[in-house]
Ligand binder design. Structure first.
Ligand code: NI
Length: 205
């Protein structure tokens, strides 16, 4: 009987396809963290790049305005009920733990919710975590461009009938960028302030 496909038949193709999907799901599930940590065939994977956004006063700000300081970049939104405030509290704690070294770091909070996060809103939100924090927002196009540079995923998720009834699903990774603006490493966002401080200390040398 030849009804059963051989080992090189369709079942293997299905297996490979399934493995591909599983791998993709795992990568998304880990916030792409493992993938970001790896190196591409031609050196480090390119993360980050030029961005043009607006600060809390509605002034245009670009990545170049932060040269000379390490940028600790985080994408989120001020209405986030859990992950964003937890992460930013941990970063604030890490900044305290770092002492004088914290002066070399500028934590940047970039909104992925341009509709609700006006400059005034991100300014007040970022300031609540400490004076070193800078809140940035922009037009939907500006934010999409910045998120693309950092390979950040975000999508509105309706929670009710009203126009403001939505949450924003988003990847949650801290990106450490060097004083020259180049990507150094991702820092896991789901860590304590102590752990983040230890990571930063090591990465900043
Ligand atoms: Ni969030």
């Amino acid at each position: 009987m030849n009804a059963t496909p051989g080992p090189k038949g369709p079942p293997n193709r299905i297996l490979y396809a399934t493995m591909g999907v599983l791998l993709a799901v795992l990568l998304i599930g880990a916030g792409g963290f493992l993938w970001l940590s790896g190196n591409g065939a031609n050196g480090p994977i390119s993360i980050g790049g030029p961005f043009t956004l607006q600060d809390g006063n509605g002034k245009t700000v670009t990545d170049r305005d932060f040269r000379g300081k390490y940028m600790l970049v985080y994408f989120g939104y001020t209405f986030c009920p859990d992950v964003c405030p937890t992460t930013l509290n941990a970063v604030a704690d890490a900044m305290d733990k770092l002492g004088p070294a914290a002066g070399r770091i500028r934590p940047l909070f970039i909104s992925v919710d341009p509709k609700r996060d006006t400059p005034a809103v991100v300014k007040q939100y970022a300031a609540a975590f400490g004076p070193e924090f800078t809140g940035l927002t922009g037009t939907p196009q500006e934010i999409a461009a910045a998120a693309k540079e950092y390979r950040v995923y975000y999508a509105d998720h309706p929670t009710g009938p009203g126009t403001d009834d939505y949450s924003v699903d988003h990847s949650s990774v801290l990106y450490l960028m060097g004083p020259d603006g180049r990507f150094i490493a991702p820092v896991r966002a789901d860590q304590s302030g102590d752990q983040i401080a230890a990571n930063l200390k090591k990465l900043m040398g």
